[in-house]
Design a protein around this ligand. Structure first.
Ligand code: AMP
Ligand code: ZN
Length: 416
């Protein structure tokens, strides 16, 4: 079961195509090193993917890099570089951080700048269907009121939105309605741009995800995910674009992680109260950061603190030490399972079942981690040099399997 933001309920996961999961996770805008808030969706949805794979699904996991954006252009201008140079650099840095947090590379990591043709096509379709229009200056807007389901994801009423917008309406606006949002906008001097039927310009942010999701996963997908700040307007607008253009429901399940806070305040670049993943990596193995993130349920706010990181570090050590102990014993024992060992192995299945029950309940990693701790205790209590190799190896294999789902590495690298 997973909690679907669309229906505000936990629902049983039924894939569109048997045995397969198509999943799109909104990725970062690449103008700086990622901060540990950005790392939260990467880690939790990588864990969702790993659990789906553990359950036997073939997962097609797509996560984009937003590599054209005001913030990237601003940074490039400040540094006398091109926007492409800035985004390329931070894509590489982000991939390094992902690797160090043991986040698997996506099946595809599309870049917005490589998908412009698809965006032009979708915008043209929306114009043809009456869902979009070009204003006099070449800006293309989405005609929000035309999409009858607008607000269904964020559970907002369109008239309330309109009231809020009217008070901040800017004079000289070329929109038909204050709720309309940008699909394509004209370039400004010195900015990167592409040719289009409407003006030389660049895409709005929302259209890129609708287009990349369609291209790599199809018109209808199983899961769309991201941080909860993306519910409105980003994901609401993605639904409006995709469903109007494609004529079918977009994503079946919408998953959103809660925020990572610091001193109980939202961690964000604009508030300046953030740590980059790289900074944390100077002090801790990034496995510790991963383990810390998984110690909470993904829909609960999580407060970052030195104490919790220390607790995560010692918890992780307990698991890794148990794994090393089993590996060491495996090297020094021989033989097949005794009856007593068979019995113990049967008992040990209860921990795996507990782990699965936690993960089946909307990916409750906090409880899944508790099940791993209980299993570690079981292993520590029930192994010695007297046991057979078959027994030790079976216990180790189970520990490794569960830790693999969490993305926690327990296997010692082969010594060179
Ligand atoms: P951005 O680069 O700002 O578009 O963010 C990339 C992803 O990180 C999005 O899914 C955001 O929702 C998520 N995100 C940003 N800040 C935080 C935070 N403090 N806690 C959790 N997720 C965050
Ligand atoms: Zn997106």
């Amino acid at each position: 079961k997973l909690y679907n933001t669309l229906t505000k309920q936990k629902e049983e996961f039924v894939p569109l195509h048997e045995g397969k999961v198509s999943m799109y996770v909104c990725g970062p805008t690449v103008y700086n090193f990622i901060h540990i808030g950005n790392a939260r969706p990467m880690i939790v949805f990588d864990t969702v993917r790993r659990y789906m794979e553990y359950k036997g699904y073939e997962v097609n996991y797509v996560s984009n890099f937003t590599d054209v954006d005001d913030k990237i252009i601003k940074k490039a201008m400040e540094e006398g570089r091109t926007a492409g140079e800035v985004s390329q650099q931070y894509i590489e840095e982000c991939k390094k951080d992902m690797h160090d947090m043991n986040v698997k590379p996506a099946t595809t990591h599309p870049l917005a700048t490589q998908e412009i043709q698809g965006m032009l096509d979708m915008i043209s379709t929306l114009i043809e269907k009456g869902y979009a229009y070009a204003a006099a200056d070449g800006t293309v807007y989405y005609r929000t009121r035309k999409f009858k389901d607008y607000g269904k994801l964020s559970h907002k009423n369109i008239d309330d939105l309109e009231a809020g917008h009217r008070s901040i309406k800017v004079t000289g606006d070329l929109k038909e309605d204050p709720l309309d949002f940008v699909l394509w906008k004209p370039k400004k001097d010195g900015e990167p741009y592409w040719e289009s039927p409407w003006c030389q310009g660049r895409p709005g942010w929302h259209i890129e995800c609708s287009v990349m999701s369609k291209k790599y996963l199809g018109d209808e997908i199983d899961i769309h995910a991201g941080g909860e700040d993306l519910i409105f307007p980003h994901h609401e607008n993605e639904i409006a674009q995709s469903e109007a253009a494609n004529g079918v429901p977009f994503a079946k399940y919408w998953l959103h992680n809660a925020f990572l806070n610091i001193d109980n305040k939202k961690m964000s670049k604009s508030l300046g109260n953030f740590f980059t993943v790289r900074e944390i990596g100077e002090k801790y193995d990034l496995q510790v950061l991963r383990f810390f993130m998984l110690s909470a349920h993904y829909r609960s706010p999580l407060n970052f603190s030195a104490d919790l990181m220390e607790a995560a570090k010692s918890g992780l050590e307990r698991i890794v030490t148990a794994a090393e102990n089993l590996q060491r014993l495996s090297g020094s024992t021989v033989g097949e399972l005794s009856e007593a060992e068979k019995d113990l192995l049967n008992q040990s299945h209860a921990y795996q079942e507990k782990f699965e029950a936690a993960m089946d309940d909307d990916f409750n990693t906090a409880d899944a981690v508790s099940a791993v701790f209980e299993y570690v205790k079981f292993c520590n209590t029930n192994v010695s040099g007297e046991n057979s190799k078959a027994y030790i190896d079976a216990l180790y294999a189970k520990l490794k399997k569960l830790c693999d789902v969490l993305g926690i590495i327990v296997e010692k690298e082969a010594e060179i």
